[in-house]
Design a protein around this ligand. Structure first.
Ligand code: TMP
Length: 208
């Protein structure tokens, strides 16, 4: 079972992922929590190039290709072996982030970015994707409150960019209805955690 969490900046998905992961682990599910690049050295090196604030000349298509390369390395070294061992893999961001950020936000086109990513992943799509939907303005206010967080190159985008990202995620949720569930991430954290946990439990129990 391959489960991905997606959403814009400040949607809380990373916090929710770790809380839901702990709860499922305590219930003895054989589950790993990862995120791209997920502690895979080569993938991390690629990510550093992408997020480096100094790399202002990084071309948008190069960026999309680097994300796809990093994604593949993470699959090869971590996700595929875990899935092969029948583990549940909970991954913070995956292919849909590229479709939304590079395809929608950077206007490279969802289909083009999808093609590159299907090549990179050999058509590995998640069984379940939870989208933590939030108005970008609210999300950005949340992360700006957290002064300890390091600003990366992609944080420097405009609000219009984040609106495009959000709308692309919402379009994807309609396109891939069979694997998508959307959560309103403006709700209190405990409610969002319970909702995400319940969705995953139902999926694991084969309820949908
Ligand atoms: P993070 O919020 O999970 O730390 O991700 C770092 C940034 O990278 C975030 O702004 C989203 C962006 N991103 C993309 O633009 N495309 C991708 O494919 C992925 C995985 C992340």
């Amino acid at each position: 079972m391959f489960i991905t969490f997606e959403g814009g900046e400040g949607s809380g998905k990373t916090t929710v992922a770790s809380l839901v992961f702990e709860r499922l682990k305590n219930e003895n599910y054989d589950i790993i929590l990862t995120r791209e690049p997920g502690g895979v050295k080569i993938a991390e090196q690629i990510r550093n190039i992408i997020l480096d604030k100094e790399n202002t000349s990084l071309d948008d298509r190069s960026e999309a290709l680097l994300f796809a390369a990093s994604r593949r390395q993470h699959l090869v070294e971590k996700v595929w072996p875990a899935l092969k061992e029948n583990k549940i893999v909970l991954c913070d961001r995956y292919i849909d982030s590229s479709l939304a950020y590079q395809g929608g936000g950077k206007h490279l086109g969802v289909e083009e970015v999808l093609n590159v990513n299907l090549f990179a992943t050999e058509n590995t799509l998640p069984d379940l994707t939870i989208l933590f939907d939030l108005e970008p303005k609210v999300g950005l206010e949340r992360i700006n409150k957290n002064k300890n967080r390091e600003v990366n190159r992609l944080d420097l985008e405009s609000l219009k960019f984040y609106d495009d990202v959000r709308n692309t995620f919402l379009d994807l949720s309609k396109r891939y209805k069979e694997r998508y569930v959307v959560i309103d991430a403006s709700k209190p954290l405990d409610e969002v955690v319970l909702e995400a946990y319940t969705i995953i439990k139902n999926k694991l129990d084969g309820l949908y």
